[in-house]
Design a protein around this ligand. Structure first.
Ligand SMILES: [Zn+2]
Length: 526
């Protein structure tokens, strides 16, 4: 259990980011996993009372975006604005609680990227050299031999790219091999999970090569990207510019107070395909610029859809907004996080979503709340009674609740989100089991059992109250609906610390509410 921050003072700040996406098409369910996972961790840190800052956004300065605009016959500004709206709609429908939305076409971001370029130049880490490859004029992109399909552009099967050389700026990555190696060795939590760390160490052992950090603006092609300072013939290569967004989001280079307060980032959450950029290029750029390194890069696996790789060409992408319209944000979040393993890939299936929804959200959790509220209304007129003398079963339930708080928190802090959720679900099931063991419906008919029944009703309600806090990172809207039926206000910052222990909050009166998760039919919904 490293990094346990559950009892840290409320003044601790926590800055986390997700990767910024290429807006070359609307977001699909594959994009959603990372955002939902980061959101759960952001919400958890707010529940600990940390001053949490969560940044997400779009990587707009890419040739992929230029190509997409062209294919859709709209100009670049119209296209990027349209995509910006689509992405923000998807994330708000999934209840993603980001604090900063960054677009790399922002003017401040141009200044940030240019400042990073200048600092690398001043350090003597930028030099010019020749960059070569198979150039497709329609893509305005270089390909390496492997990427061509029978000598043709992978995106334009009728075009044969030509071998082209251009003079570019390069960044001296190789110079930083030893320092990167030392940093990764001295900070075992810098790259998680361990399997990704091992991968990165392997890349360093093979020898790091300098990488190109600019592209020549070609005649007849509109310049798109951040101009190289002092050389408008070049734009900064999209990765050098994109990585800098994590600095821009906290005020770099203009707002030093904000920047110094939030930087270094506590975690960059990324997919496994971009590990090299975040774990090698990025720390080297920061070392060159004299800026502290982020504390952690948390790498997740990919999801497949019904066992198939998600791709535009396979036409199998699912619109997260449509999914939320049908199942609700909480159900989609729950299913993604339950199946999420940072170490490996997971599969998204409609049947799996319906099954987890019915078995866990509707049966386990929905029924628990419904039982608790209904019994308190029936036996105590809606007033939540004070507990009588607790017995062994109550002591055990309390212990499970306290263990859940610690172990689920620790699992979240080590990015083991699926495990954190499954630990929490243990308390849902234990509370249901407790009610079955105590049989309050029998106690209600037995004279002299009034105090015992009070204890059972109180304990079931109190465990449910704690569950609403422990589940808030994953299913925030359900969490507040549970609280409302227990007569409580929406979950507040620092609740994990201030109200996360047994008996730390007074319960008074249950309130009416609708079914938390009405059952879904198993067939294809509309
Ligand atoms: Zn092409």
């Amino acid at each position: 259990m490293t990094n346990t921050t559950q009892d840290d003072p409320a003044s601790t700040r926590y800055y986390l980011t997700t990767a910024i996406d290429y807006p070359n098409g609307p977001p699909h369910i594959g994009h959603s996993l990372e955002k939902v996972a980061a959101d759960a961790v952001a919400r958890y840190h707010r529940l600990l009372g940390h001053d949490t800052y969560f940044s997400m956004g779009l990587d707009e300065n890419s040739q992929h975006v230029v190509k997409a605009a062209k294919e859709n016959n709209v100009n670049l500004v119209t296209w990027t604005n349209r995509m910006d709206e689509a992405f923000r709609l998807a994330w708000s429908s999934l209840d993603i609680s980001y604090d900063r939305w960054i677009r790399t076409t922002e003017e401040q971001h141009f200044r940030a990227s240019q400042e990073m370029f200048r600092r690398a130049q001043q350090r003597g880490d930028i030099y010019t050299s020749y960059y070569s490859g198979w150039y497709c004029p329609n893509c305005n992109t270089f390909y390496i031999g492997d990427e061509l399909i029978g000598g043709k552009c992978p995106n334009h099967l009728s075009l044969s790219p030509e071998w082209l050389e251009e003079e570019n700026y390069f960044f001296a990555l190789s110079k930083y091999s030893d320092r990167l190696l030392a940093h990764i060795n001295e900070h075992p939590d810098f790259i998680v999970p361990a399997v990704r760390r091992a991968e990165v160490l392997g890349i360093i052992r093979q020898g790091l090569r300098d990488f190109s950090v600019s592209r020549l603006v070609r005649p007849g092609v509109p310049a798109w990207g951040v101009p190289v300072p002092g050389d408008e013939q070049h734009v900064i290569y999209v990765w050098f510019d994109a990585l800098t967004n994590y600095l821009t989001a906290v005020g770099f280079p203009d707002d030093t107070a904000t920047f110094v307060y939030y930087w270094p980032a506590d975690a960059h959450v990324i997919g496994k395909d971009i590990t090299r950029f975040h774990c090698l290029y990025w720390p080297a750029m920061l070392l060159s610029a004299g800026i502290p390194l982020p504390k952690q890069v948390a790498v997740h696996g990919f999801i497949t859809l019904e066992g198939q790789k998600i791709s535009k060409s396979a036409g199998n992408s699912i619109d997260p907004v449509e999914l939320v319209d049908e199942f609700g944000a909480d159900a989609v979040r729950y299913y993604l996080l339950r199946n999420l393993s940072f170490a490996s890939d997971g599969d998204f299936s409609r049947a799996g979503l319906v099954q987890h929804y019915n078995d866990e959200l509707a049966n386990d959790l929905g029924n628990l709340l419904n039982r608790v509220v209904t019994m308190i209304k029936r036996y105590r007129g809606g007033a939540i009674p004070a507990s009588g003398q607790p017995g062994e079963l109550e002591a055990d339930l309390q212990r499970v609740a306290e263990d859940t708080r610690w172990h689920a928190g620790a699992a979240l802090e080590s990015w083991d989100i699926g495990t954190a959720l499954s630990i929490t679900w243990g308390l849902v099931r234990r509370t249901n089991q407790y009610i079955e063991q105590c049989e309050p419906w029998k106690l209600a008919r037995q004279p002299g059992q009034e105090n015992h029944l009070n204890t059972v009703l109180y304990s079931a309600a109190e465990a449910t109250r704690l569950l609403a806090i422990f589940l808030a990172p994953y299913i925030p809207s359900a969490s507040n609906r549970i609280r409302s039926q227990l007569g409580l206000k929406a979950v507040s910052n620092a609740a994990w610390v201030r109200e996360g222990t047994w008996g730390s909050c007074e319960l008074k009166q249950v309130a009416d509410g609708s079914l938390l998760f009405p059952r879904k039919e198993n067939g294809k919904g509309g």
